[in-house]
Design a binder for this molecule. Structure first.
Ligand code: PHE
Length: 366
């Protein structure tokens, strides 16, 4: 096919080659004027100077022309090439600028406009979960804790192994966790709790640790009134010399009365977590009935908030610490659950819905 074009070009003779070339250049220049995207530009470039273009075909055929014609056609070819490449360069600059401008316009965001602000006469409103998170951070900050963060995408080691969660533990099954569909060894997943942050805090290698880590966590739960597949937790970790269960109990008590008020008490009940020993569940006075017993607390007067315990020796070791010289406690609980209780929200699924009416309803509070 290319060979045929060369033959054609040869057959044209110098004068008609030069005419054809002039036509080619004019067409290319006109097309470049209209080009609006780098994709268009690439297409025009290919047709203008690509291996099957008239320009390329003519340059290849030069050596077959007789010397007198070769110099005339040769000059015309290099002239045409220069005009075309200059124009391609100019169009390239113009297209790049236009594309950048389009991208900037598309990504532009103006926080002073939009649905929430206009709906609220300019006052704005924070989501209940974000507000609770900030209040909790504040409570812990005043107790002397630092507020830290950890990644939402974790590897199995941080999320499970280092936390002493055995390989056959049901939590590790794919039907309970969101694994990422990327080739990685070991596999990556969305963290199923904020506890992997414990490992990251310990591995910073700085003691003592008094830290809380708020953040989003993910589990493959079917959404219902009390579960959503993405929710929020706060992890607390303390590691220091001589930390005991009494410190754990005292911290939980201090935090619950700071957050809910002095009329709310907390209690610990034996439980099991692979990463703490001993482990406990912690419960607070049911905010709905004030501890009298109601449907929400199944008549017990208490509502379970989260898990807690003394950091397991193996977890300290995985964190690079020596269990014979330091000890620690950890607890973790769901922020969404706390919000649900505090505001008496019957169905948790309204939280990720982002319906502005929920925000308007509660914007004046707290
Ligand atoms: N990570 C546990 C959970 O998500 C809670 C927990 C944290 C328990 C810290 C003990 C210590 O259920």
């Amino acid at each position: 096919m290319r060979r045929e074009r060369v033959m054609e070009a040869e057959g044209l003779g110098a004068a008609s080659s030069i005419d054809a070339l002039a036509g080619h250049v004019e067409r290319v220049l006109a097309e470049l004027e209209a080009v609006e995207s780098s994709l268009d530009l690439a297409r025009v470039r290919e047709a203008a100077i690509g291996p099957t273009s008239l320009l390329a075909t003519l340059s290849r055929s030069l050596r077959d022309l007789d010397p007198s014609q070769r110099s005339i056609v040769g000059r015309a070819v290099s002239d045409a090439r220069r005009r075309v490449t200059d124009a391609l360069e100019r169009a390239g600059r113009r297209v790049r600028e236009a594309e950048l401008e389009r991208q900037l316009q598309a990504e532009r965001s103006d926080p002073t406009t939009g649905l929430v602000r206009s709906a609220l006469d300019g006052t704005g409103a924070r989501h209940l979960v974000a507000r609770a998170r900030m209040e909790l951070e504040d409570v812990f900050w005043r107790l002397g804790f630092e507020v830290a963060t950890g990644p939402e995408v974790e590897d199995e080691w941080h999320n499970f192994e280092a936390l002493n969660v055995a390989e056959f533990h049901p939590a590790r099954a794919a039907q309970d966790s969101f694994y990422l569909d990327v080739p990685a060894s070991p596999p990556l997943l969305l963290r199923t709790h904020t506890s992997p942050a414990q490992i990251r805090l310990m591995r910073r290698g700085r003691l003592p640790i008094y830290a809380v880590v708020p953040g989003r966590v993910y589990r493959r739960d079917t959404p219902d009134a009390r579960h959503t597949p993405a929710f929020h937790q706060i992890e607390a970790l303390v590691v220091d010399e001589g930390i005991s269960f009494a410190h754990l109990k005292g911290t939980i008590e201090a935090f619950t009365s700071a957050y809910f008020g002095p009329h709310i008490a907390s209690r610990l009940r034996p439980a099991y977590f692979p990463f703490t020993e001993p482990s406990a569940e912690f419960e607070v006075t049911c905010t709905i009935c004030g501890g009298q017993g109601c449907r929400t607390c199944s008549g017990t007067g208490w509502i379970e908030l989260g898990g807690a315990g003394m950091v397991h020796e193996r977890v300290l070791e995985a964190g690079g610490l020596d269990p014979t010289s330091v000890s620690g406690f950890a607890f973790g609980f769901g922020i969404d659950r706390l919000v649900q209780m505090r505001y008496g929200i019957a169905d948790m699924r309204i939280l990720p819905d982002n319906d502005v009416r929920l925000l308007w309803q509660t914007r004046g509070e707290a």
